[in-house]
Design a protein around this ligand. Structure first.
Ligand code: SF4
Length: 342
């Protein structure tokens, strides 16, 4: 982990020992905030609005963040829960969480002009589900019921898939052919909880097959690793993110498992007096769908409350980018450099 002093009222550049000894300090975790899938999804909506003009319909929240959704709504995007709410022939964007084949079929039937902002790492899980189903496996999907991503993935092979959310669910599983079982996971789960669930699956189904590479995405993993590394150095963690953001909620849980209280906040206005009582070192991170300006506003607020030192703790370098859907990529150079609009 590298620690970097940032511009602040009392900037320091120190090692671990002085960190522990300092007073009223903020540790800013890195990586934090937007992942490549979120940048891409937001870019898709903004470019589509630039190219085609409003209205552009977006099925479900493009990413799970209140601020992002509101900003795009003001720019002309119309968010709908189901395709039936968009007029026949309209232009519709699928969110970063992906959709089931049934939704794609409905879009064709209603002659909708689809732009797909599904994160490529979610698409990877869908393709694995299709592959395992074709090979005759029962697929155990580890994930959270009713999350948009899980709903979409389950739709790839509804007759071949079962959902589990914890070890107790695994214990209750009754599968017709225990010799031919595979598992996949939601991309934004807790790494540790998922390991426990997979371990139990392997005990119950020794021949179980897993994905070729881990389904939990790089952004989820890196943000959790950063929280784990810094939790011992702070007395509280503030996670910027919305309540329906799965990866943000996991960051809170990971920190709490280390014995340090953590709070999920949409923005600085949600700080309550008790949260920082007797806290001399507070850490800040942000979920993969939370805009950086909210982090900066939170820092400014904390400075006004006496947290005058600011250090950035970089746990891992992150430099992932995804290309845009082909139909938009063609237009991008004329408009803006990719990834700068988020
Ligand atoms: S959190 Fe991971 S899976 Fe979700 S959009 Fe970001 S990169 Fe993709």
């Amino acid at each position: 982990m590298s620690l970097t002093g940032l511009a602040s009222d009392s900037t320091t550049s120190t090692g671990m020992a002085s960190l522990a000894a300092s007073q009223k300090k903020i540790i800013l975790l890195k990586p934090r905030g937007f992942c490549a899938g979120v940048v891409r999804a937001i870019d898709v909506v903004k470019i589509a609005l630039d190219l085609y003009g409003a209205p552009i319909y977006v099925r479900k929240e493009i990413v799970h963040n209140r601020y992002v959704v509101e900003e795009l709504r003001q720019a002309g995007a119309i968010f709908v829960e189901e395709l039936s709410e968009a007029p026949e022939g309209a232009r519709v964007i699928f969110s970063a969480h992906g959709v089931s084949p049934a939704v794609r079929r409905e879009a064709v039937e209603r002659r909708l002009q689809v732009i797909d902002a599904t994160c490529p790492l979610v698409t990877k899980v869908h393709l694995e589900a299709v592959r395992f189903a074709k090979q005759g496996y029962t697929i155990v999907l580890i994930g959270h019921r009713d999350h948009d991503e899980v709903t979409g993935t389950l739709g790839e092979a509804p007759d071949a898939m079962v959902l589990v959310s914890d070890v107790a669910d695994v214990d209750r599983l009754e599968l017709k052919d225990p010799e031919r079982v595979s598992y996949l996971t939601q991309t934004t789960l807790s790494l540790d909880d998922t390991k426990d669930i997979v371990r139990r699956l392997m005990e119950r189904f020794p021949k179980i097959m897993g994905p070729k590479t881990q389904d939990i995405c790089y952004a989820t993993e890196n943000r959790q690793l950063a929280v784990k590394a810094v939790a011992p150095l702070c007395q509280a963690l503030l996670v910027v993110g919305s309540q329906n953001s799965s990866n943000s909620r996991r960051l809170v849980e990971v920190c709490e498992k280390s014995g340090v209280p953590a709070y999920l906040l949409d923005d600085k206005s949600e700080i309550r007096p008790g949260m920082l009582e007797n806290v001399t070192t507070v850490a800040i991170t942000a979920g993969a769908s939370a805009p950086e300006h909210l982090v900066l506003e939170l820092i400014d607020y904390l400075k006004s409350q006496g947290y005058s030192e600011l250090e950035e703790a970089e746990i891992k370098e992150e430099d992932v980018r995804f290309t845009l859907p082909a139909d938009l990529e063609t237009f991008v150079p004329k408009l803006h450099p990719v990834g700068t609009r988020a």
